[in-house]
Each structure stands twice: as structure tokens, then as C-alpha cells.
Design a protein around this ligand. Structure first.
Ligand SMILES: *Cc1c(COP(=O)(O)O)cnc(C)c1O
Length: 214
């Protein structure tokens, strides 16, 4: 499949990386930063040229961390339950946030519960719920591929996410048009791009192995 480079956005996943390493990547042109833990992100964001960066939250989000996510992040990749939708709505009202948060619905297609994500049956009801809230702008879907990577199974999962996007768009749910697919990490991003990814989330492919900060 021929893909134009400009259709694919790179999110540099910086968990486990020091601010110095992240700065090097920013100097090389990285503009989207992905983190999967609020606490770690809050320690690093002030040390980065944050006005020029777009922060993407890619991890499992607890409802008690929603406030900090809203205050510091520009994009949420892991909306996966109605409780979280409601918590975001409540906090956005409280904080008087008027801009809409771009969100992706995380879908679990591997059956591994530890990864998070709504299952296929829950996907449409969750989207229908999320679009009722003006604080959320549902842009697309996200998934985490099988680990370890298995060419056939990985491709099946990514193709499935693309099909789900197409199916949901044909339902013409008012206010819903899915454009983005966040799929593919360091070990499977090539397959993800072939299957239609618009965002790939790269950690080790950019930074090398993660060091533990603490
Ligand atoms: C850590 C992480 C990544 C990046 O993983 P790599 O294998 O280092 O590229 C991508 N997405 C999520 C949700 C992650 O937690």
C-alpha cells in the first residue's frame, strides 16, 4: 500500500526517558510527546519547551488523574470506558475548560485485559455516549497490537481496527466521523502503516531502550 509520509504522525513515547534525551528528539523535529503515566509526565513537562509541544496521553487513565490530564495534555489516546467520559465531563465543567479535547477510543482486540481498551461490543455504545459531551472531540480509534509481535496476528488486529472505523463511519452517528487510527509501536509500526495507521507511537525506535528514572 502506498502511503504518503504526511498522512502519518509520529508520537514520540518518552516514558522512561530523561528530559535531556527528550530535548534532543525535540531538536530533531519531534512535536508530539506521548506519556503513559501522569506523575512522571508532570515531573518532565516543566523542563521541556512545552509551549511548542503537543502532549498525548497514551496510558491507562484513572479517574482521579483526569484533572491533571486535562490541565497538561492536548490529546487522549486511551478513552475506554463510560466512567472516564463522565469524569472528564465533570472535571472540564469544574475547571471551566471550553476547548474540546481530541480523543481516541482505545479498543482491545487481543483479549489481554491488562492492556485496557473497550471490547468490540462496547465500542459503539461508548462512542454514542462520548459524543454527547461537548468537552470531547472523538477523532478515531487506538489499539495496542499483540505482544510479542506475530506478523499474522498483528496484521489481523490492525486490519480489524481499520474495519471498525469504516463500519462506524457508515453508521452515520450524528457528530461522529472517525479519521485517526493510532496503532503501531517500535516493533510493529511497519505493519500498522500498511494497515492504515495515521499515528504511530514510537518509544524505543526513537530513544533506544528505556532507562528507569527513579
Ligand atoms: C510504551 C508505549 C509505546 C511505545 O512503546 P515502544 O515499544 O517503546 O515503541 C506505545 N504505546 C503505548 C500505549 C505505550 O505504553
Amino acid at each position: 500500500m502506498g502511503r504518503d509520509e504526511s498522512e502519518i504522525k509520529i508520537v514520540a513515547v518518552t516514558k522512561g526517558q530523561s528530559p535531556e534525551r527528550i530535548l534532543e528528539a525535540v531538536e530533531c523535529g519531534i512535536v508530539r510527546i506521548g506519556e503513559n503515566r501522569i506523575q512522571e509526565a508532570l515531573e518532565k513537562i516543566p523542563l521541556l519547551p512545552h509551549q511548542r509541544l503537543e502532549f498525548h496521553f497514551v496510558g491507562q487513565l484513572q479517574t482521579n488523574k483526569v484533572k491533571q490530564m486535562l490541565l497538561h495534555f492536548h490529546y487522549l489516546h486511551s478513552l475506554d470506558r463510560i466512567k472516564l467520559v463522565e469524569a472528564i465531563h465533570a472535571q472540564a465543567v469544574k475547571l471551566n475548560i471550553e476547548s474540546r479535547l481530541p480523543v481516541l477510543i482505545q479498543v482491545n482486540l487481543t483479549g489481554k485485559e491488562t492492556q485496557g481498551g473497550v471490547d468490540e461490543q462496547g465500542l459503539v455504545p461508548l462512542i454514542e455516549r462520548a459524543v454527547r459531551y461537548p468537552e470531547l472531540d472523538v477523532r478515531g480509534l487506538m489499539t495496542i497490537g499483540p505482544y510479542p509481535v506475530d506478523e499474522r496476528e498483528t496484521r489481523r488486529v490492525f486490519r480489524k481496527l481499520w474495519e471498525l472505523k469504516e463500519e462506524i463511519n457508515t453508521l452515520k452517528i450524528p457528530g461522529v466521523y472517525l479519521r485517526e487510527l493510532s496503532m503501531g509501536m517500535s516493533e510493529d509500526f511497519e505493519i500498522a502503516i500498511e494497515e492504515g495507521a495515521t499515528m504511530i507511537r514510537l518509544g524505543r525506535a526513537i530513544f533506544g531502550e528505556r532507562s528507569t528514572l527513579k
